[in-house]
Design a protein around this ligand. Sequence first.
Ligand code: NAD
Ligand code: KPL
Length: 305
Amino acid sequence: MSTTWHVLGAGSLGTLWATRLARASLPVRLIVRDAERLLSYQAAGGLTLVEQGEANTYDVPGETPDADEPIRRLLVACKAYDAENAVAGVAHRLAPDAELILLQNGLGSQEAVANRVPQARCICASSTEGAFRDGDWRVVFAGHGYTWLGDAGHPVPPFWLDDLEAANIPHEWSADILTRLWRKLALNCAINPLTVLHDCRNGGLQQHHCEVATLCSELAELLERCGQPAAADNLQPEVERVIHATAANYSSMYQDVANQRRTEISYLLGHACKVAERHRLNLPHLKQLQQRLIAHLQRLGLPSD
Ligand code: NAD
Ligand code: KPL
């Protein structure tokens, strides 16, 4: 009998994973916030995944954090700023051999979760898949990609990667997951805040080449200093390649701001600035970018943490 996948967070990525696991006949349960959300979920009749215009609904059983069943495998699919609290809400149910898969972008939330549940194995993920919600309990699979998974403290891959294979979730076990997370964080820091401040698509940053280059050079300095030289390697050409390849897209932070949603700033630029400070590294442009972004979010009445 396969171990049940408990999915915490019925948003874009949580639904994308839960529906594909369910489609492969693997046992999945969805943990929603509270009894009210559970009623709403049950009334909807399941989770809907829209792929290439075709919608399919999967009757994934739902439950609240205070359900009885012990949790052995937990997919944490909340935003970075919600992850620690959400995990704290189910910590009492974690089995002694529990494993957590953390889907959060950026850095900082993974450590906070791991400290909260020191007995559990925490596996970090970095994903280039794209999905968005077009209704309650409904998600559109918008961009095919890949998910890298890894455990910085324990290089042996878990046996349940077979479940991901069966569910057609493209993935790879990564021995250097921290390097991948830092590289993605650096890309996001060089691109996302500027798209918000210049109010443009990613391609609009081609007009701000010098500003991007200066940020890349400071980010590379930070990566070198915090023991991630591989993540610093050729950062600027990679940022320019991504700007070009995604020229027509709005960055995820741009979309959050446009939809008046809280951003993950503290786990991206905020984390970079915090680590720089810890290393007594002076990165004036990065710091100024953080201050400009915070001021911008505050002007819009959005949380700046
Ligand atoms: P989302 O906002 O769509 O979903 C998060 C869900 O978690 C929401 O439904 C929210 O209600 C739920 N949640 C929060 N606290 C909870 C709690 N205590 N109990 C139960 N549920 C709770 O977010 P998302 O877009 O799926 O992003 C999740 C993470 O994945 C983020 O860090 C994001 O940056 C990253 N990511 C997202 C995408 C994407 O395409 N959406 C791609 C790559 C990475
Ligand atoms: O990941 C991204 C995002 O928008 O969050 C890209 C497209 C790489 C821009 O930083």
